[in-house]
Design a binder for this molecule. Structure first.
Ligand SMILES: [Zn+2]
Ligand SMILES: [Zn+2]
Length: 54
């Protein structure tokens, strides 16, 4: 995967590798990335760090 996505936290486009499960056919993932696109570790932590647990 080498597509670009807007960072889910700040909106900055990232070319970081995004992990997908599959194309979403008959799968609960619906073709969405397993891990939301984030441009940096900080954005990643900001996004996931909102709730202490999950
Ligand atoms: Zn970001
Ligand atoms: Zn899947």
């Amino acid at each position: 995967m080498n597509e670009t996505f807007p960072c889910i936290q700040c909106g900055k486009v990232t070319t970081k590798d995004i992990e997908f499960c599959c194309d979403g056919y008959e799968c609960g993932c619906k073709g969405l990335p397993i891990h939301p696109p984030t441009c940096s570790k900080e954005c990643d932590e900001n996004f996931f760090g909102r709730g202490e647990n999950k």
